[in-house]
Write a protein that binds this ligand. Sequence first.
Ligand SMILES: NC(=O)c1ccc[n+]([C@@H]2O[C@H](COP(=O)([O-])OP(=O)(O)OC[C@H]3O[C@@H](n4cnc5c(N)ncnc54)[C@H](O)[C@@H]3O)[C@@H](O)[C@H]2O)c1
Length: 410
Amino acid sequence: MGNKIRLGIVGCGSFVQAFIPLFKAHPYVEWIAVTDLIKERREGHAKKFGIERVYDSYEEMLKSDVNAIAVFVQRELHGPITIAALKSGKNVYSAVPVASSVEEIVKIASLVKETRLTFSMGETGHYRPCSIFCRNMVKSGELGDFVYGEAQYNHDMRHFYEHYRRSGGPDWKKVAGIPPMYYPTHSTAMVLSSACTYAERVSAFGFVEKQDADIFGTGMNYWDNPFSNTTAVMKLANGGIVRTSENRRIAWYGPMSYISQFHGTKASYEFSISNHSLVKLDGMKGVHKDINKELNPPEMELKRGDEDFADGIVNNKWSGTMAPVQYRDAERLPEEYKGLHDGHGGTHKFMADDFCKAAYTGKLSPTNIWVAARYNIPGLVAHESAMKDGESMKVPDLGEPPADWPLLEV
Ligand SMILES: NC(=O)c1ccc[n+]([C@@H]2O[C@H](COP(=O)([O-])OP(=O)(O)OC[C@H]3O[C@@H](n4cnc5c(N)ncnc54)[C@H](O)[C@@H]3O)[C@@H](O)[C@H]2O)c1
């Protein structure tokens, strides 16, 4: 028996609303507390979700009897809160990314190693249908040796304006101009987790923004970042190569995160808009297998053939629920999750469950700090490379988790 989780949520914005019901319902969670800098938000969430414990600040929360915290503050603010929480002896669930500097990530890993507390990053890309499919192909040997993969997270700034305004106040543009590669994990996690390896070197180029040059522009944001889009090419430890793109100015709405190509020596996966294909060679002949029914949610496949089907796809209409390729993994989810809302390609329940089980049992989460570092650090270095016009740079690697720390079996 482990210790039940008394979870303090830091940040009462929009995304956390999808997770409070999942944390609340989890059998390993005893109770939940909330805090936000903005009084109306912390009180509003407490009322909406029936939460009794409300703290004025996360510092107060860390002094209380919570034994875990969940970081849901804006993307550029995670590192210091996670470090403070670990120093206070609390387990940590963090929305992506881990942090905005390599130094902070190294610090978090060393605190986790020293304290043996849980750190679990909620990375949707780890559990997307395409990632599970490609990873299974690599693990089973069906793909052969991994050769080349491509993944992207396309989220145009036009869909972000309101969001940044709401939490950013008058200076919202200075925050909105964060380098795209400081939020790299939706693309890196997909191809790297699937290829079962990590990046050793990276070379990247950025697109210097013209339209929103008062957001992405030299002197315009806290990072002096001119790029709205950045593409990185990475050399991997297993000899493979990946291309990842983080795009914030692109005529695109959905799908947002996807692997477009994933090639091995024995099989290849390819995706476009709504079509997933598996291709193999039979002698000299290509053999195509339609895997849409496995990788798309059933309610979406039922609509294939409708006149407005493609419009629905490019507007993220069926982006929230699970696809059959995820059903086997879903068997480990608690009964209490049945009927609860999911999101981001049917990934939310996996992420919440990983954290709760890891913190309760003391085992390592699948997206522990060593895994999360390998998703996050290549992006931070990619931005540096892009600022140096594509200079090839070494990616620091924090290595594997301690060998005596068992991994949660999920
Ligand atoms: N697919 C995904 O994985 C995904 C999707 C959406 C958001 N996210 C991540 O989730 C996080 C939250 O996103 P969001 O859209 O809810 O943001 P948001 O701006 O709506 O909410 C963030 C909240 O944190 C609060 N906050 C900031 N600093 C604080 C502090 N020191 N103490 C207490 N509260 C503080 C803000 O007041 C705000 O209410 C971000 O890091 C984002 O990157 C991930």
